[in-house]
Write a protein that binds this ligand. Sequence first.
Ligand code: ADP
Ligand code: MG
Length: 476
Amino acid sequence: MTWEAVIGLEVHVQLRSGRKLFCGDRVVFGDPPNTHVCPVCLGLPGALPVLDRQAVDLALRAALALGCTVPRTSTWARKNYFYPDLPKGYQITQFEHPMGIGGRVDFDSDGGAKSLRIRRIHVEEDAGKSLHARRPGRTGIDLNRAGAPLVEIVTEPDLRSPGDARAFLQSLKRDLAYLDVSDCNMEQGGLRVDANVSVRRAGSAVLEAKVEIKNVNSFSYIEKALTQEIARQIESREAGSAVRAETRVWDDRRRELRTMRSKEESSDYRYFPEPDLPPLAFGPEELAAVRATLPELSRARRRRFVSEFGVSTYAAGVLTRTRAWADYFEALALDVAPGEAANWIMGPISAIVGEGGGSEAAIRVPPHRLAELIALVESAAISRSAGRTVLEAMAAEGVSAPEVVRREGLGQVADRQVLEGWIDTILNEDEGAVARYRAGEEQVLGHFMGRIMTLSAGRAHPTEVRRLLQEKLREG
Ligand code: ADP
Ligand code: MG
């Protein structure tokens, strides 16, 4: 009997407006606790929320990019619960009428092209954080994050494997960054995922009782936690017992899941409409205008890089990891053959700025300057290895390739007389080796080449040296 996994995700993403959703406080990670708070996010009596329009605009971009329908109006609600990091006693969120409904996303996974329905996307404020490690025996509360702007993206239970869940999340993260909606910095809690999972007999259309997995803070652990949980559920079902609906948390240290609470203990949030905020309203013109500003997303761009530029699927994947990186490649490919452009970016450039550091590369070595350097290497004016040295200097000092070449005397030497001078020096030094070559030991040629390259500090034109060297050795 084979089993099928059913997975649906709830993803919280911090919007990159840099400000809280209902007050002007800045959202900064890592600042001293409670330095970005005010009466509104502290929930002091009488303080009123004022909506930050920029956060709404970012959420709208996400909703449209996920293929959601954006209703003419959406409303705010209060979700009530008691927790020390929630000073108001309720979270402002969207409940009955969210900003986006019924979307669809295509993504590529190891298993091929996949598609996933998005149930809804809504805007809400974040809670603060409990700090357990600061003072022995005490828990501190940091409210710097309280009121930070989030979207929650809820998928339909369309995913069928942990690998697909991971692939979808990676693609979502990439695209939210492409859209400038979020940095999705997982270490800083900028993207948080709850994964819901159940198993059923393959072919069945029933939705069985699900387990919700919380508190997993990396994509590889999400994949691991889901794999573990699916195995546990299958084992239990094969033993003839049912799976209990419950919430399980990931234990980072032990790398395993444990029960947090059963469904019966789950809270009743007593949602009710937020009286202090008017509904959001979007007209068709506004939606069309925002839609027109959406960039080409990573998957489409990856596919286009393969079809338009003929680079490998692997290279296209690396080059489209960030939008800046992809922009950098396209700018470079205006002047340089695409294959060569890809090699330079994935090799020397990423060694300097790190993979995906497109914007940084563009600042330190703009594409037109890199093109200039590549032209020098291709015309053999400088050697390939000198090219790398030149690139490092360009990145460090913000200078052009010709400047560095001139200054460091790195120009490749193809002048016959100079080359012959070097060749004679080396051949005279080692007549034994010359004799061995002439006796048929051809690998000695490589030895001479190496000596000449060293003598010339890498500047001797290699193919020219080889030709002259062979000529000389034949003459002898
Ligand atoms: P609840 O009412 O328990 O919160 P929802 O229907 O709101 O459940 O769904 C929450 C999330 O769980 C969604 O992402 C959804 O895709 C997923 N989900 C719902 N039912 C199942 C199931 N049987 N197995 C796996 N995931 C599920
Ligand atoms: Mg729910």
